[in-house]
Design a protein around this ligand. Structure first.
Ligand SMILES: [Fe+2]
Length: 315
């Protein structure tokens, strides 16, 4: 077990913790969930038929028969329990979902299907989700950077400015690197930056995702997120209707993974003191990075072209 706490602004590489699938809920909650520390729970899918049965054709055929499943831009959405004949929802997840500590949501499972060599560029997931990601088929290489040592993002987005040079990216960051093998589950806490590379011919991942109602873990990325959501709320309730309309229009016309909306009725509760929202301060901080954006602008187009959208489901 490593003693490196990836929070508290420690810098450098840390080895991700690995636990066996017998890890208890209480231990998981105390060591990883509450502290928002990543962990791999090994062999959780050891006895699941999905591990040998799942391939993309099988998944597509099954999901097409399920009226609650749908193809989002980059993944398939499904409700809890879908295809459960092939796997078992881990006890840790059952307990978290049964508690009052998370926001309820219908679509809380995703399936990703990636070909070999697919790269998901550096980003963090929206809505401060906790992600439980099982490698069902294939193998993936992951890099994680702590929200305490954030990467520079494109203004107002959660996508890091593309810079190909990971050596430079890791400079002064708290980060880890891992291979996720078939049957293993990776817990990605809220706001952790990640880059993922698909290693096998076919790579299928099953996710459970949900958002806590309250967090005690404060990072600079959390503060930035709270500012972004304040800006969202400011723009969508602006006293001029045209501002509201323009903002709604932009949001509707961008792909779902770039959309900018806190999806729950209330905001997550945090220890960050509510200070008056400074539109100017936030805007200046965000556009301060435009120089860096311009420097790496040539990398955006090829990356967008390389993103493989999920095919629609036929019913
Ligand atoms: Fe992600």
């Amino acid at each position: 077990m490593n003693n490196h706490n990836p929070h508290n602004n420690n810098k450098g590489y840390f080895e991700i913790a690995r636990e066996s699938s017998t890890l208890s809920f209480d231990e998981f909650s105390e060591k990883y969930y509450q502290t928002e520390t990543p962990v791999i729970i090994e062999n959780i899918g050891e006895n699941w038929s999905a591990i040998n049965r799942w391939n993309e054709a099988y998944i597509r055929e099954k999901l097409a028969q399920d009226s609650t499943a749908k193809a989002a831009s980059l993944w398939y959405w499904m409700e809890k329990g879908t295809l459960e004949e092939d796997y078992q929802t881990p006890e840790i997840i059952e307990q978290l979902l049964a508690s009052d500590d998370v926001f309820p949501r219908n679509e809380l499972m995703r399936i990703w299907a990636h070909p070999q060599g697919n790269v998901s560029s550096w980003h963090y997931d929206a809505n401060m989700v906790n992600v439980f990601n099982v490698q069902m088929t294939g193998k993936k290489e992951w890099f994680l950077v702590s929200p305490d040592t954030p990467l520079d993002c494109y203004p107002f987005t959660s996508f890091a400015i593309m810079d190909d040079n990971d050596e430079k990216i890791f400079n002064k960051k708290s980060y880890t690197h891992l291979i996720l093998n078939q049957g293993d589950m990776l817990f990605i806490p809220p706001l952790w930056f990640h880059k993922v590379i698909s290693l096998e011919k076919e790579n299928l991942n099953l996710n459970w995702i949900f958002t806590k109602r309250k967090t005690d873990v404060v990072s600079s990325t959390l503060k930035r997120e709270l500012d972004r959501y304040s800006l969202q709320s400011y723009l969508s309730n602006h006293r001029y209707q045209w501002v509201q309309n323009s903002f709604a229009n932009i949001n509707q016309n961008i792909p779902g993974y770039l959309r900018w909306k806190w999806r729950y009725p209330e905001m997550i509760e945090t220890p960050v003191l509510p200070k008056s929202f400074g539109l100017m301060r936030l805007t200046l901080r965000e556009i301060a990075l435009l120089g860096k954006v311009a420097l790496h602008a040539n990398k955006i187009k090829p990356y967008i072209q390389s993103i493989r959208s999920i095919k629609k489901l036929k019913s």
